[in-house]
Design a protein around this ligand. Structure first.
Ligand SMILES: Nc1ncnc2c1ncn2[C@@H]1O[C@H](COP(=O)(O)OP(=O)(O)OP(=O)(O)O)[C@@H](O)[C@H]1O
Ligand SMILES: CC(C)(CO)[C@@H](O)C(=O)NCCC(=O)O
Ligand SMILES: [K+]
Length: 279
């Protein structure tokens, strides 16, 4: 079995992948601040022959996790943001400072669709761009839905946006605090994504395929106007591409990769931008 780990600021996600059949056998998540110790919610390391890790938590969390895993697992691979990988050139002035989850997402997106706009809706919402030739432009970082809500301190943090709610309903002015906050932060997030996507495509003269990942991807998806795919395993896809271990991975296959819809034409994107400027 291969254990893939995505250590975020809030949640540490894991999945167990069968190295022979490429099937995902199980998955789960634990709070990052509780740190990563084999126990109730964590898979049995006896069956694990390799671990791949993407971590944006404090360095100490990663060190402890790696030390613990090395005692029981022979192969431990830790992803790093590098100046170049898999045909993508990192756009950061200091490439090592790009969050490795963003780098994994950009690599996965590029491997799947060529140039892309990779959006990760977690503690933060990150929006990264890779051009068809593999140039990563950099990206945008916005507070995530939960962070925005918490920062308001209006006692609404525990009432989540219903993932089933229609984005039209979220457009209505709230008539209670919880609705005003939920509708407000939702609009802040999706308006930012829609606008940023259009601006960058306009600047670069290319319509890019869009993919979304992260804990809030499903709800954010409802407000993203352009064609896009939701890819819960996008960060894991970057791990598979960076450290291919199975036959399928060596052939470039990332498990759970979605079909990515064709982007709308650049003309349409530009018309949409021009229209919003007139208002
Ligand atoms: N069971 C859950 N526990 C916590 N957050 C959840 C859960 N389900 C959905 N969410 C939402 O997912 C978001 C966290 O997503 P994700 O797991 O991608 O974040 P993360 O691990 O903190 O990511 P990051 O890498 O940005 O730190 C929160 O903002 C929250 O609104
Ligand atoms: C932005 C987050 C928190 C998103 O998980 C992570 O990618 C990170 O800590 N990045 C480092 C800063 C940067 O990417 O510029
Ligand atoms: K994340």
């Amino acid at each position: 079995m291969i254990l893939d780990l995505d250590i975020g600021n809030t949640l540490s996600k894991w999945r167990l992948k069968d190295a022979d059949s490429s099937e995902i056998r199980s998955r789960g998540a634990v709070w990052t601040r509780e740190e990563w110790r084999p126990g109730a919610d964590i898979p049995d390391l006896d069956v694990v022959e390799a671990v791949r890790i993407s971590s944006v938590a404090r360095a100490a969390v990663l060190e402890e996790t790696v030390a613990l895993l090395r005692r029981q697992v022979r192969q431990v691979y830790v992803a790093r943001s590098t100046p170049e990988a898999l045909g993508v050139v990192n756009g950061y002035e200091e490439p090592g400072r790009l969050g490795v989850d963003r780098w994994m997402g950009a690599l996965a997106g590029y491997q799947l669709a060529g140039g892309c706009c990779a959006v990760d809706c977690g503690s933060a919402i990150t929006i990264d761009f890779v051009l068809p030739g593999g140039v990563h432009l950099g990206g945008f970082i916005v507070p995530g839905l939960r962070l925005m809500k918490e920062s308001l301190k209006l006692g609404t943090r525990n009432v989540a946006i219903d993932p089933e709610s229609e984005s039209d309903a979220l457009l209505e002015p709230g008539r209670r605090t919880v609705d005003a906050v939920n509708h407000g932060i939702y609009m802040a997030a999706v308006s930012a994504i829609n606008r940023i996507y259009s601006e960058v495509c306009d600047q670069q003269g290319v319509a890019l395929p869009v993919m979304l990942t992260g804990g809030d991807a499903r709800v954010v998806s409802r407000g993203v106007q352009v064609p896009h795919a939701v890819w819960p395993d996008m960060v894991y896809g970057g791990l598979e591409a960076s450290f291919p271990l199975t036959f399928a991975e060596r052939a470039g296959k990332m498990s759970g990769a979605p079909r990515v819809p064709e982007p709308v034409s650049l003309e349409k994107i530009r018309a949409g931008l021009a229209f919003s400027m007139l208002l």
